[in-house]
Structure formats: structure tokens, C-alpha cells
Design a binder for this molecule. Structure first.
Ligand code: PMP
Length: 452
């Protein structure tokens, strides 16, 4: 058996020994996963889940080529980058080939947070300034230096006055597509304009590709490339998918920025960053991406999925917006299409019901009302059909319970107050789920799930 403990015991030990702020999915009934392959995960009972959310298992969970590359190198040598090793330079060369020529110098580190922390150090040194501009609802990592630029988790509201009074800055940092912030796609040309202002103020442009890089957007290898060939960031940070689950990450920058960092006279050393095993794994990930044309798959399946989700938007008043780019998609749920009242409890309900049907998704964004899709890149059209079919069903049921109809979306609030009896029927029918359209009243049962 793949289990050491029965599930109840695992829960008990986790409660005792693991920090309570380390959150678990579906906390009232967590899933125990014992193995995974491709886009599927399996629990201790052998039940198969379709993984629509894990962008770390980029080329598929436990891809045999990646596992083999790591194991073979582990048998031979693993040490730090103070020795010459071909894996390090080969891998840097391979990564560089995916980027604009100017971005040619790599620093290998171990996590997305470490990459962004180093990016800030590079920016501070190069610019000689201190202030950093970030986007509302941004998340760039958990280390001390990133808390101030990660309002998604750490600050409720960004301090706009401060930004307006800034004359010189060290950096602007943004995800090329905002993920935790609610799957937000910036308008074309936006980064070019920002970069112009940022550079005028003496700063550098940092593109955080930790979530969205490595072909996920389908049309391009890097999501910042969606902005056009005339846009080149000064620093790019990478993580999550880079090692398909192996902890590694990277900062790539220009020769100028790297030389200025060198001029500080401080050595940069990272014990694990760029070790031969990580580099072998990184190369295997790039090989699989190419061999299996997974960027092409992201484009094709992404387009297909977008079409299916567009149909859902036509059909369901709860769907306020869909935002898709390759295998990066967001479905924003709203209780009122005009007021865009976030359907937070409903989004949570959707996630739980999908989980009961063995489909794994998450809800994110500042109001936790955006269904977030970023599956392994081997996701298929059949997977998309399965997911959207089930989603369609759930949305229909929720809308029935809410008394939410499409044709009167303009006056949902009035309608729902006039139709109270219908709402109450719906409430009974769905075991406690009913909300007045546009009202902020939450069903206590669902609200409890959200908070737990
Ligand atoms: N940047 C972004 C955009 C992220 O989403 C994350 C992690 N969610 C990080 C940085 C931090 O990465 P890590 O958790 O590997 O430190």
C-alpha cells in the first residue's frame, strides 16, 4: 500500500506537527493523494482526480523522462556550482535560447520567492534606488522582502499615494499575466508603456513568469511575449513549472544588470541553485515540452476550452467574465452582471462539488470568485469536455436555487426580492443554498466552508 497511516491518523499527525497556517485544500474533507501521472492524481482508495490546477506538474505529473533524468544524475554527482559542470552551462544556454538575446545571464535558485528576492537585489543595486511598484492584488512570494510587494496575501489595500509621490524607483514588478490576483490578462501595449515610465524613473522592469511561463500561454513560450516583440523586460523570474516539481527556479537578466551586481563586490553563492541534478531535470522538462509539442497542445486545447467556456458565459448569468490564454483560464462568477457582485460562496460551492466529482480546481482573486484553470500541459480536449460538462450542470443547479435567470440579469436584485417564495423553494431543494441576487447575505453552511 502507498499509505503509511490511515487517513484519520495522517490528519491527526498533521494537526499536531505541521504549522496551522499551512493551509490544506478542502479543509473539512481533505484529499489524500498517494500517486499521480500525467494530468491525473490518485487518492489512497485508488480514486482518480482530474487535475485542472497544478501548473507545477507542467509536462505531466511524474513524467518518466524527467524522473529518469533526475535519478541518473543523482547516481553520478550532485554538488554545488563552485565546480565546473556542463549541465549548468548547457541548461543556461537552453533557457537563453527561449528568450530575447538581451536576456542572457542566469542565476539559479530554489523557489519562486528566492528568485523574486534576488531580482529585487539586482534592481536595487543596478538602479541605486529603493522603491518598488507592484500591482494591486499581486503575489510574488513569501519571504520578508516580498511581503510589501504582495498585497494579495499581506496587505488589504495598496498605498496609491505613495506610488504617485515616487520620482525615482528601483523596479516595477508584475506577473506577465496575473494569476493569484484572479487570472487577469493585461491589455496589449501596457508593459511597453509601463517600462518607458519605469526606465525614465531609473528603474527596471521585472516580469514574474513563476506561474505563467514555459509555453502555458500557447502562442508564446513566455507570457510577457504576448505584449509584442518590442517588449523586453530587464529581469525575468521563473519557478514552479521549471523543474516539474523539483524545487528549482531561475532569474535571468541582462549583462548590464549582472555586471552592476558584480560591481557591488559581494559574492553570490547559493548552495543548491544550479546543481547538476536540477539542471538535468530542467533540461528534461525542456526536452519533453519540445518532443510532445506541449506548447502547441496548450494552444489547441486552450482554444477549444475557451470556446466551451464562452458557451457557458452565454448560457449562465453566474458567469461574469472568462479570461483565457492557452492553458491559463479564469472564469469569474458574479451574482449580478452589471454590478459585478462577486459570487464568492457560489465559487466555493462549485469547487467543492467538482471535487466530489473528482475534478480539482481552485477559486482565486481578491474575492475568491474566479475559478482558476492552469492544468498540466498534457490536458486534452476530452478533459476539457469533462470539466465543462460538469461545471455546466453545477451552474444550472446553483442558478435554479438562486432564482437567477439570464434574461433579467439587468434587474436581478429587484427580481429576486419580488420572488422570495421561489428563492425559499430553491433553498430547500439544494439543502441550504440560496442567495438573493446581488445581496451580500451568505448561506451559513457555505460561508463556514469558505472560512474553514
Ligand atoms: N511569484 C508568483 C507569481 C507566484 O504565484 C508564486 C507562488 N504562488 C511565487 C512567486 C512564489 O513562489 P514559491 O512559492 O516557489 O516561493
Amino acid at each position: 500500500s502507498a499509505e503509511t497511516f490511515v487517513k484519520g491518523k495522517t490528519i491527526e499527525l498533521r494537526k499536531k506537527h505541521i504549522g496551522p497556517s499551512c493551509k490544506i485544500f478542502f479543509s473539512h474533507d481533505p484529499i489524500k493523494i498517494v500517486k499521480a501521472k500525467g494530468q491525473y492524481m490518485y487518492d489512497e482508495k485508488g480514486r482518480r482526480y482530474l487535475d485542472c490546477i497544478n501548473n507545477v506538474a507542467h509536462v505531466g505529473h511524474c513524467h518518466p523522462d524527467v524522473v529518469k533524468a533526475g535519478a541518473q544524475q543523482m547516481e553520478l554527482l550532485n554538488t554545488n556550482s563552485r565546480f565546473l559542470h556542463d549541465n549548468l552551462v548547457l541548461y543556461a544556454q537552453r533557457l537563453q535560447a527561449t528568450l530575447p538575446d538581451k536576456l542572457s545571464v542566469c542565476y539559479f535558485v530554489n523557489s519562486g520567492s528566492e528568485a523574486n528576492d534576488l531580482a529585487l537585489r539586482l534592481a536595487w543595486q543596478y538602479s541605486g534606488h529603493k522603491d518598488v511598484i507592484t500591482l494591486e492584488n499581486a503575489y510574488h512570494g513569501h519571504v520578508s522582502s516580498l511581503i510589501a510587494i504582495s498585497p494579495y496575501k499581506f496587505i488589504q489595500l495598496s498605498d496609491t499615494e505613495q506610488i504617485q509621490s515616487v520620482h525615482v524607483i528601483a523596479a516595477f514588478i508584475a506577473e506577465s499575466l496575473q494569476s493569484c490576483g484572479g487570472q487577469v490578462i493585461p491589455p496589449p501595449g501596457y508593459f511597453q508603456q509601463v517600462a518607458q515610465h519605469v526606465r525614465q524613473a531609473g528603474g527596471v522592469f521585472i516580469a514574474d513568469e513563476v506561474q505563467v511561463g514555459f509555453g502555458r500561454v500557447g502562442t508564446h513560450f513566455w507570457a510577457f511575449q504576448l505584449q509584442g516583440e518590442d517588449f523586453v523586460p530587464d529581469i525575468v523570474t521563473m519557478g514552479k513549472p521549471i523543474g516539474n516539481g523539483h524545487p528549482m527556479s531561475c532569474v535571468v537578466t541582462t549583462k548590464e544588470v549582472a555586471e552592476s551586481f558584480m560591481a557591488s563586490g559581494i559574492e553570490y553563492f547559493n548552495t543548491f541553485g544550479g546543481n547538476p541534478v536540477s539542471c538535468a531535470i530542467g533540461m528534461a522538462v525542456l526536452d519533453v515540452l519540445e518532443k510532445e509539442d506541449l506548447q502547441g497542445n496548450a494552444l489547441r486545447v486552450g482554444r477549444y476550452l475557451t470556446g466551451l467556456l464562452e458557451e457557458q458565459k452565454e448560457k449562465h448569468p453566474l458567469v461574469g467574465d472568462i479570461r483565457c490564454q492557452g492553458l491559463f483560464a479564469g472564469v469569474e462568477l458574479v451574482k449580478d452582471r452589471l454590478k459585478l457582485t462577486p459570487a464568492t460562496a457560489e465559487a466555493q460551492e462549485v469547487i467543492y462539488r467538482l471535487k466530489e466529482q473528482c475534478i480539482l480546481l481552485s477559486a482565486d482573486g481578491p474575492h475568491r470568485n474566479v475559478l482558476k484553470l492552469k492544468p498540466p500541459m498534457c490536458f486534452t480536449k476530452e478533459d476539457a469536455d469533462l470539466l465543462v460538462g460538469k461545471l455546466d450542470h453545477i451552474l444550472t443547479e446553483l442558478e435554479e436555487a438562486l432564482g437567477l435567470k439570464f434574461h433579467n440579469a439587468l434587474s436581478v436584485e429587484n427580481e429576486s426580492s419580488k420572488r422570495k417564495p421561489t428563492d425559499e423553494n430553491g433553498r430547500q431543494h439544494l439543502g441550504g443554498l440560496a442567495h438573493g441576487g446581488g445581496s451580500s447575505q451568505e448561506d451559513p453552511q457555505i460561508a463556514k466552508r469558505i472560512r474553514s
